[in-house]
Design a protein around this ligand. Structure first.
Ligand SMILES: [Zn+2]
Length: 290
């Protein structure tokens, strides 16, 4: 019997966000079922944690584009872990460290023990960034030096505990910091999301460091405008680019739009399978249920 050619199976989305809560549990369950039926095998969902800031300060680190349906203070730990439990093993929860407070190792150990499978970070040293957020040092009231030290401690923790890292960092603006991270943590499996927010400046990192991955999250409009150039990039780095949508947990249609976009690139079957499954699986490693 022919296999249905239109539904690729075992797709892993390595980059989603929560922004919903248990009040919407029924809708979330329906949306997850829709994703499963459409060929998704696993999704990485980042959840913000907040033990220190008010909601306004948190929003200034996230960006105004988010419609938050979950915890009003953006402390998503409980909601996301509950969704992960009831959908197990579908959701891989990542702890979003942008507002992490306290001793890094102690706090992260706690989150991992609660069930988080990986680390989400974003490099926000100041307010000049692509998401219109304020700088973390200013919001947390710490120096730039303390902030950079904190990011290094987070990455060091991930490195030591073999945790995958999803990291939002502008390679055009912070290429030197990116290179320094990779020099210090050469074995870290890190996904510099959004094609590094600059393919030209990300490329040297991919060339030098075999554990660096990247994803296509939030790039659909650009890919639609110039599919050939994105196809070329993927063909140049067929073992590095991961499927990702940047969708919130209540936006399953967005995930499916990204599935459709990748299929429209008409990649060789083997390369498409790498993007949908092979690369995400190598990136996630032990975080992925067997
Ligand atoms: Zn994202």
């Amino acid at each position: 019997m022919d296999r249905c050619p239109t539904i690729p199976q075992d797709i892993i989305d390595v980059h989603m966000h929560c922004f919903t809560g248990r009040l919407h549990a029924d809708a979330v369950a329906r949306d997850l079922e829709k994703l499963r039926r459409s060929g998704l095998r696993n999704i990485v969902v980042a959840g913000t944690v907040n033990t220190h800031l008010d909601a306004g300060a948190m929003l200034s680190l996230i960006g105004d584009f988010v419609e938050n349906r979950g915890d009003p203070n953006y402390n998503e730990e409980e909601n996301l872990l509950e969704f992960s439990r009831v959908s197990a093993p579908f959701i891989l929860p990542f702890v979003d460290t942008r507002s992490l407070w306290g001793d890094v190792s102690t706090v992260l150990t706690g989150y991992i023990n609660q069930g988080f499978k990986g680390i989400k970070g974003i490099y926000l040293p100041d307010e000049e960034n692509d998401i219109g957020a304020r700088g973390v040092p200013e919001v947390l009231g710490i120096s730039l030096q303390q902030y950079v030290k904190r990011e290094w401690e987070i990455l060091s923790f991930a490195h030591a505990h073999d945790l995958p890292v999803l990291y939002h960092m502008d390679s055009r603006k912070h290429g030197n910091v990116m290179a320094a991270i990779l020099d210090d943590f050469p074995a870290l499996r890190i996904n510099f999301a959004h094609l590094g927010i600059g393919r030209k400046t990300l490329a040297p990192m991919l060339d030098r460091f075999p554990n660096v991955f990247t994803d296509i999250a939030n790039l659909l409009p650009h890919m639609k405008n110039n599919p050939a150039s994105y196809r070329d990039f993927i063909m140049h780095y067929p073992d590095r680019v991961c499927f990702a949508s940047d969708a919130f947990l209540y936006q399953p249609e967005k995930v499916l739009d990204y599935v459709g976009m990748v299929k429209e690139l008409n990649l060789p079957e083997e390369t498409q399978a790498q993007v949908f499954n092979g690369n995400p699986a190598r990136y996630l490693g032990n975080a992925l249920p067997g």
